[in-house]
Design a protein around this ligand. Structure first.
Ligand SMILES: [Mg+2]
Length: 236
């Protein structure tokens, strides 16, 4: 069978899953645990930011000097709290996300993650809804403050890990925030915005994505945006 000629790069929060505030609660608890006070994300625009950047922003907000060691302790505590919170209050898959299993089985697609989550946090979230195995790899935000660094990294990882290079028009970045769109535009990818997070269709359109959807429940329309005419049927 042919090797993959499309690379799909997915954001997690607000795109694949909704966590009912689990991420925010885990961050707040982690910050209080590591720094002994504060830790409320209320005043911070956190959507589309990387986890390590949020730790740095919280430090700045509460007047603590940024130190790599304490930020790593914050991230580690965050993942531990996140795991506990999701065990009590599971994440939910957003509409249409059964398509992840179908896309993972297609030989013409390589499916990865492009996310502000650290790897361990993204794994906890996606395992909680049973779709972690749908992704061949991920460009995660461990040690990264700038989400825009992650798209080139995702392309490098596709080459290093699978020996695959993709033309920009065959790379699809799928996310729920203007920052996801910007991230995809950095590598001239096709950008697909979905209004299942905090941003409306109108707000997402302002970022100039190639496609905008209210949600991805219309699988046929989404596959068309990917240049796929119909769902893949093994043996068909
Ligand atoms: Mg998101």
């Amino acid at each position: 069978m042919n090797q993959p000629d499309k690379l799909l790069l997915w954001d997690i929060d607000g795109t694949i899953i909704r966590t009912k505030g689990a991420g925010e609660s885990a961050m707040n608890r982690a910050f209080s645990e590591v720094f002994g006070q504060g830790g409320d994300l209320y005043d911070i625009d956190y959507s589309g930011r990387t986890d390590p950047l949020l730790g740095k922003m919280l430090c700045e907000h509460y007047g603590f000097p940024y130190e790599p060691e304490s930020n790593q302790a914050f991230v580690d505590a965050y993942v531990r709290h996140l795991s506990a919170i999701l065990a009590d209050t599971p994440a939910t898959l957003l509409p249409g996300m059964n398509v992840l299993q179908d896309l993972a089985s297609r030989p013409d697609c390589l499916q990865g993650l492009l996310t502000g989550n650290v790897r361990s946090g993204g794994k906890v979230k996606l395992e909680s809804v049973g779709v972690w195995e749908c992704f061949a790899y991920g460009a995660f935000a461990d040690g990264c403050f700038d989400r825009n660094e992650l798209a080139p990294r995702a392309l490098e990882m596709a080459f290093e890990g699978f020996g695959l290079e993709f033309a920009p028009e065959k790379v699809f970045v799928i996310g729920d925030t203007p920052r996801d769109v910007e991230c995809g535009q950095q590598v001239r990818a096709c950008t697909i915005a979905v209004a299942t997070g905090k941003y409306s269709v109108t707000e997402l359109e302002a970022a100039g994505p190639d496609f905008v959807f209210e949600d991805l429940s219309d699988t046929g329309a989404f596959l068309s945006a990917l240049g796929i005419g119909k769902p893949f049927s093994p043996g068909a």
